[in-house]
Design a protein around this ligand. Structure first.
Ligand code: GBH
Length: 467
C-alpha cells in the first residue's frame, strides 16, 4: 500500500503570481493587471508587475525543482502573453518561447510539465467585451487552447483547462474580491456556465492538436463541507456540484436550479450544452486547503484574515440563509483552519460519487509568517507539519482505494497571493521581493527528503529534512 510507482510528486505555481514581466516582450494586460492597479483592490497596493521575477529567473527555479527531485511541475500559461492581440491575432513568439524553453528544461530533468491554460488571468479585452458572463468567451478560450496546444502539445502530456472555476465565477463576479471585481450574482452564475462550456470546448480542441497520449484534466477547489445537512446541501450545490455535474456528465443539479431560481432563469444554457461541457477527462485535479463549516442562520461571508478580502456580497449565491462558522484549532496566516482529515474525506467522497475517475491533489499548502534567520535558514516547522499531515491524508485515501495519481505542494515559491498581495507566503522556497533572492525553507529540504524516501508508509517525520 502507500504511494504507487509513478506517483507524481510536484509543486505548483501560476503565471500572474510568479512571472512578473507584466509589460515585457509583448504581453497584453489581463484582468488581474487592471484589478491590482486599481487602488483599494489588493492589500498594500501590490501588483504582479515584478512578482517573483520568474520570467527572468526561471533557470534558477528549474534548478531548484531538479534538486528537490520533483517529477512533475504544475504551472499556468498567461493567455495575454501568448495571444496579446486576441485569439484571431498572431501568436506572440517571445511569449510562446518562454513556455517552450521552460518545458524543454523540465523534460531534460525528467520533470513532467503539467500545464494549466487558465489560472484566473482573462485578457482584459475579453473582459471589456463582457468577460465570462458572455458566451463568446468560452469559444475564445477554446481557440486559445487550440493555438497554444499546437505549439506545446508535442511535449506537454498533461493539460488542465481551468484552475478553480469557482473562484473565477464567484470571487470575480459575485463577491468581487477577485478580478474583475464585479458584484452581480446572476452574472456569476452565467460565468460558471460559460466556464463549464469553455472547459468542454477546450478539451475537445486540445484533443485535436496535442499528442494523442496526452492526458486532460480540470482543477476544482471543491469545498469540503461539514455541519447542518441542509446548509451543506445548499453550498455543495452552488460551489461543487455546479461544476462536477456539467463537467462529469450529469448536468446541473435540480436543487441548484431551484435554489437559484430567484436569481436567474438559467436561459444562458442552450440545447446541446450538456454534451459540450462533459468531454471525457483523464483525471480530476483537487485543490484542498481546509474544510468549511456551515449552519443555517443569518448570512455571513467566510471570515477573512484581518478582516481583509471579505466583501459585503457573498460569493455563495443562493445561500443567503447559510452561515459560515469559525472552526476550532490551529489557523494559518490566511486565517484558515488546519485540518488534514478533510482531504482524505474529500478524496473518498469523489471516489464514491465518481467511480473510476483518477484524482490528483493539484494544490495543498499553507501560509505562515516566514522569515530568513541570521544563519540563512527559514524555520517553517508549522508548514512541514501541515504538509506531512496532508501527505499522510493522501496516503490514507490511497490505502482506502482512491485512484490518486499525484500530490502538488502549493507553492514552489512565495508569490503574489491575489488580493493579499505579497503579505502571505505559501512557498517552500522563500523569495526576497526586494532582491529576488531565493532561499530554501526547511520545508523544501523536508519535501526533497520525502520525495527521495517516501515509499509506502514512509512519510518522513518532521525531524527529517536535514540539510
Ligand atoms: C488557490 O485558491 C489558488 O489556486 C492559488 O492561486 C492560491 O494562491 C492558493 O489557493 C492559496 O490561496 O469565500 O471569499 O472568503 C484558493 C482557494 C477558495 C481560498 C475560496 C479562499 C474563500 C474565499 N480559495 N476561499 S471567500
Amino acid at each position: 500500500m502507500g504511494f504507487p510507482e509513478g506517483f507524481l510528486w510536484g509543486a505548483a505555481t501560476a503565471a500572474y503570481q510568479i512571472e512578473g514581466a507584466a509589460n515585457e516582450d509583448g504581453r497584453a494586460p489581463s484582468i488581474w493587471d487592471t484589478f491590482s492597479h486599481t487602488p483599494g483592490r489588493v492589500l498594500a497596493g501590490d501588483t504582479g508587475d515584478v512578482a517573483a521575477d520568474h520570467y527572468r529567473r526561471w533557470p534558477e527555479d528549474l534548478a531548484s525543482m531538479a534538486e528537490l527531485g520533483l517529477n512533475a511541475y504544475r504551472f499556468s500559461i498567461s493567455w495575454s502573453r501568448v495571444l496579446p492581440e486576441g485569439t484571431h491575432g498572431p501568436l506572440n513568439r517571445k511569449g510562446v518561447d518562454f513556455y517552450s524553453r521552460l518545458i524543454d528544461g523540465l523534460l531534460e530533468h525528467g520533470i513532467a510539465p503539467v500545464a494549466t491554460l487558465y489560472h484566473w488571468d482573462l485578457p482584459q479585452d475579453l473582459e471589456d467585451a463582457g468577460g465570462w458572463p458572455v458566451r463568446d468567451t468560452a469559444f475564445r478560450f477554446a481557440e486559445y487552447a487550440e493555438r497554444i496546444g499546437r505549439e506545446l502539445g508535442d511535449r506537454v502530456r498533461m493539460w488542465t483547462t481551468l484552475n478553480e472555476p469557482w473562484c473565477s465565477a464567484f470571487l470575480g463576479y459575485a463577491s468581487g474580491v477577485h478580478a474583475p471585481g464585479r458584484t452581480d450574482p446572476a452574472a456569476a452564475l452565467a460565468a460558471a456556465h460559460h466556464l463549464n462550456l469553455g472547459h468542454g470546448l477546450a478539451v475537445r480542441a486540445l484533443r485535436g492538436v496535442v499528442s494523442p497520449d496526452a492526458r486532460h484534466s480540470v482543477t476544482l477547489n471543491l469545498h469540503h463541507l461539514r455541519g447542518d445537512p441542509e446548509a451543506v446541501r445548499r453550498v455543495d450545490a452552488v460551489a461543487n456540484r455546479i461544476f462536477l455535474g456539467p463537467m462529469l456528465g450529469t448536468g446541473y443539479p435540480a436543487d441548484l436550479l431551484e435554489d437559484t431560481a430567484p436569481i436567474t432563469d438559467w436561459s444562458f444554457v442552450r440545447d446541446g450544452d450538456a454534451g459540450t461541457c462533459a468531454p471525457l477527462i483523464d483525471v480530476l485535479g483537487v485543490n484542498y486547503y481546509q474544510p468549511t463549516l456551515v449552519s443555517l442562520g443569518p448570512s455571513s461571508a467566510e471570515p477573512g484574515a484581518d478582516g481583509h478580502a471579505v466583501s459585503e456580497a457573498t460569493p455563495f449565491v443562493g445561500c443567503e440563509d447559510v452561515a459560515f462558522l469559525p472552526q476550532e484549532g490551529e489557523h494559518t496566516a490566511m486565517g484558515w483552519v488546519v485540518d488534514a482529515t478533510g482531504l482524505d474525506e474529500m478524496l473518498l467522497r469523489l471516489h464514491r460519487d465518481h467511480p473510476g475517475l483518477p484524482l490528483m491533489v493539484t494544490e495543498n499548502g499553507a501560509a505562515f509568517d516566514d522569515t530568513v534567520d541570521g544563519d540563512g535558514r527559514v524555520r517553517d516547522e508549522r508548514r512541514i507539519a501541515y504538509l506531512r499531515d496532508h501527505v499522510a491524508a493522501a496516503e490514507r485515501a490511497l490505502d482506502a482505494g482512491v485512484d490518486l495519481r499525484g500530490y502538488f505542494a502549493w507553492s514552489l515559491m512565495d508569490n503574489f497571493e491575489w488580493s493579499y498581495g505579497y503579505s502571505r507566503r505559501f512557498g517552500i522556497i522563500h523569495v526576497d521581493y526586494a532582491t529576488g533572492t531565493r532561499t530554501w525553507k526547511d520545508s523544501a529540504f523536508w519535501y526533497r527528503d520525502l520525495i527521495a524516501t517516501g515509499g509506502p508508509g514512509r512519510v518522513p517525520s518532521q525531524e527529517a529534512g536535514s540539510r
